[in-house]
Design a protein around this ligand. Sequence first.
Ligand SMILES: Nc1nc2c(ncn2[C@@H]2O[C@H](COP(=O)(O)OP(=O)(O)OP(=O)(O)O)[C@@H](O)[C@H]2O)c(=O)[nH]1
Length: 304
Amino acid sequence: MSEAEGAQHRCGFVALIGAPNAGKSTLLNALVGAKISIVSRKVQTTRTLVRGIALQGEAQIIFVDTPGIFAPRRRLDRAMVASAWGGAADADVVALLVDARKGLDDEVAEILRALENVKAKRVLILNKIDLVARPHLLELTASANARLAFAETFMVSATTGDGLALLKEHLGALMPPGPWLYPEDQISEAPVRALAAEITREKIFERLHDELPYQSTVETQSWEERPDGSARVEQTIYVTREAHRKIVLGEGGRTIKAIGTAARKDIAEAAEQPIHLFLFVKVREHWIDDPERYRAMGLEFPKG
Ligand SMILES: Nc1nc2c(ncn2[C@@H]2O[C@H](COP(=O)(O)OP(=O)(O)OP(=O)(O)O)[C@@H](O)[C@H]2O)c(=O)[nH]1
C-alpha cells in the first residue's frame, strides 16, 4: 500500500451494545462482510471480542462485543462489568441497539445511565422498525435523546435490511483516519471447512484438555449443501490411541454427542445455515508424523 493510499484509510472500533434479543447478532450478520477466524479471535484481548469487520469504502469498521455488561445480577462481578465498560470506552463509537418494539424498558434505562460516563461517540440504533409504527419511533427517538444525547439516531430493520446502508455509511464516516488494522487478505472469509474443523477441535479441547492434550485433530471430510439451505457435514476426529478414542466417545457415546451438539451450533452460526453434523472418531497412530494430515490442515509439515 502506498503512503498516499494509506492516508485515505479510516479504521476504528464500534462497541455494539444491546440487551439480549435486541438483534445484535442479526444486525452484525447483515453488516459484516467478513468474519475473522476463530484463531484470530483468540488472540484478541480478553476484554473485547472482535465479532466482525465491515468494510465501507475506505473505512474498516471493527465491531467489538463487550461481554459482561449483561451479566445476571446475582453473579454480577463488579470487576468484570467495569472492564466491559472499559472496552466500550476504548471504542471510537458506542452503538446502543434498542428493540424499538420493546422501547426504553428498565434494562435500557440502566444502560443509558451507564453510558453517560463513556467518552466515545454515542449512536442510537432503533431496530425492528418493521414491527413498529412511525410515530412511535419518533417518540422513542425523542425520549431516548432526552435522557442521553446521541450523536446520531438510526432506524433500521436488521431482518428486512431497511436503513442498514445508511447506518454503515455513517459508521464508516465516524471512523478515525488511519491504516487498517486487519489487512484485507486476513479478513477474507476463512475457508468454511477449516473453520468448522477448528470449531470442533475447540469443543474437544474444552471438554477433554486434561485427558488428551494436543493429541487429536479434526478434518472436515465432506460438506454437502442441501436444497433446503442446510448442509450435511462429516468430520473425522483423529486420535493417536484406542484409549483416546474411548475418551472422545465417552460412556455410551455421551461425550461425542455433547461435542457434536456444541460444535454443530457454532458451525451453524459461523456458516449462517442449519448444519447436520456427523462425527467419526478414528485412531491413526502416526498422524503426528504424517505429512498428508498436515497438508489437510493447511499446515506445513515440519522438516527435520
Ligand atoms: N421483526 C424483526 N425481528 C428481528 C429484527 N432483528 C432481529 N430480530 C429478531 O429478534 C430476535 C433476536 O435477535 P438476535 O439477533 O438473536 O438478538 P441478539 O441481540 O443477538 O440476542 P442475544 O444473542 O441474546 O444477545 C431474533 O428472533 C431475530 O430474528 C428486526 O429488525 N425485525
